[in-house]
Every structure is written in C-alpha cells, then in structure tokens.
Design a protein around this ligand. Sequence first.
Ligand code: PMP
Length: 350
Amino acid sequence: MGSRILQTNFPSVVDGFIGAIGRTPLIRLDSLSKETGCNILAKAEFQNPGGSVKDRAAYYVVRNAEKNGTLQRGGTVVEGTAGNTGIGLAHIARARGYRCVIYMPNTQSQTKIDTLKYLGAEVFPVPAVAYANPQNYNHQARRHAESIPNAVWTDQFDNVANLQSHYETTGPEIWDQTGGKVDGFTCSTGTGGTFAGVTKLLKEKSEGRVSSFIADPPGSVLYSHFKTKGQKPDNSGSSFTEGIGQGRITGNVKPIYDLIDDALRIPDELSINMLYRLLDEEGIFLGGSSTLNVVAAVEMAKILGPGKTIVTVLCDTGHKYATRLFSRSFLETKGLYDSIEPQYKKYIVL
Ligand code: PMP
C-alpha cells in the first residue's frame, strides 16, 4: 500500500544508482575547437554516478549475468579490473545485494584500491603480469569465481555485454546529441568496450560515413597491430595513464576490428600537458586516459581537416590520480617532469 502511494509520476526522476547511469553531457572544448577549426566534442563520462565510463559496462555485465541465471540472489560478482569497472561493480553489487570481489594489478593508484574497500568490495591487488601468465589478475578472478558457489566472473574484457552497453547507450547518446552531425570518433581502449560499442553504433547510423580511429598509449599493442595488419604487434614502452593500453585483441574489439579506419599512438608528453591545459583553459579536471583521448581528437581533426566534428570520451576525473599527477617525484620517475611546459609547472604542487 505504502509503496503505491510513493510511486508518483515525476517528470524527470531516475531510479537509484543504476537509473543515474548514462545521459552524460557532450562538452564542446572551446580553445581546441578554435585551434583546429573543428568541433572537438567530449562525452563527460566522469558524470556517471560511480565517476567513470565503466558504470555502463558494469551495469550491463551484471544485468546479463542476472538474465542468464549465472548470478542469483545473494551471489558474488568477481572481476579483474584496473579499478573503474570495479568501482562501478561495487556500487551496483551494493545496490543489488551481491558480494563483490576485485582483483587488480598492484600498479594502480592507492586511491582506487581504497575506494573499492570503502564501497564494501574485497580487493586483491596482485603483481602486474602479462595475460599469458596464469597469475594475471583476470585469471585469478576467474579461478576465484569458479572456487565458490553462486559467483560469476563478469569477464569485462571478453564479455560483449560490455560492448553492448556502449552500443545501446553511449553511442546513441552521441548520435542524438550531435543530431547525427559527427564526422569522427576516437578513444583509447582498456577492454575496448567503449571504442567498439560507439564505433559500431556510429558506423551503422551513418552508413559508414563516420571515421573511427583507435588511440593508443605507449606500451599497448593495438596501434602497431593495426598498422602492421597483425604482423608486428609491439608493446614496448609504458605510460603514466591508467586503465588503458592492451596486450591483445579482446573479445570486445574483435567483432569491430574491420571497422577501424586508423590508429594513433599518443606520447605521454602530449597527454600529460593536455591534462594541465584542460584544467588551465577549460577548468576541467581529468584523468590521463581522458586527456590522451583529447590529444587523439585533436590529431584526428588535423587529419580530417577543418569544419569537421570529432567526438571523444572523458573517461573519469583526475581525483583518483591526483597524488601522482601533481607530484614532482612521480612525474620524474616516469621521465615526464622535464616535458611539462613552463606555464603548467605551477600545477606540480606535491
Ligand atoms: N579510462 C579509464 C580511466 C579506465 O579505467 C578505462 C577502463 N579500464 C578506460 C579508459 C577504457 O575503457 P574500456 O574498457 O571501455 O576500453
């Protein structure tokens, strides 16, 4: 009876944490748009309730497991994640009454590990080893799920519910927000779910007119894989960015690989300076994967030429990485301090 009284038709109210996922703004970056003569548009995924683009995929992988019966009342969600999927999953698990177990490489920021703990997840930071190694965080997550009853390994890297979340939500939002007037899309990949889902949707809607460029940090194989047609995948190097870069073609990227028009490799020196520039000129505080994406959008604008509309993704804010991004010793360790442009040195306050 009481619940019937409470169910009123409000014009614009969403239902709980999950209802608040998505419908993020598309922000025009003014100074970069002026500089390139293009519209540089960035999808503000940091506005999702768990703070990142990964809330969408986290919801879809849980929903998928519920639908196919692998996850039942009181069950456990287990995942290997660089952090953001884990944060999304931890929120959703709390909201839906599941336990949440997270394996992550111990190279990730302490803030992400702590946040997961605050959200009630059990966290296992493990040595960062390659996918081929059985001790890789993903394999450990799978084995953990297999070892306990009513548990599901959500397998974000190869589970195409991830791609589907962006095909059904992020992609259509971009299409609607631009009225279909989009010429290019670019973003980096972790699982590749965002890139793949948005690319698939925009290619379908535009009948192939929209170009899609993969953006890669150093240390990731996708750029070289694409450029050498799979002949010489090269993962040498490393990056200060977190949550992106990949050593293989994941199950989310495989289905759309043939839709990729080109690949860009973005040096850390450009991504880190863009981070301070966006803070300086636009007042937007972002993590490194977002600023790499913005550099890629600018590169794509130069390639496609003036008058085009390029869309990219702002995956999360800089808060989780602040103790690194503003620390002189961290930047020195990464060999980046000397590359910071003089006008941005004021940001290095730690
Ligand atoms: N940026 C950040 C900060 C992330 O945590 C992730 C996911 N690991 C990505 C970008 C990449 O998203 P996707 O998994 O959809 O490729």
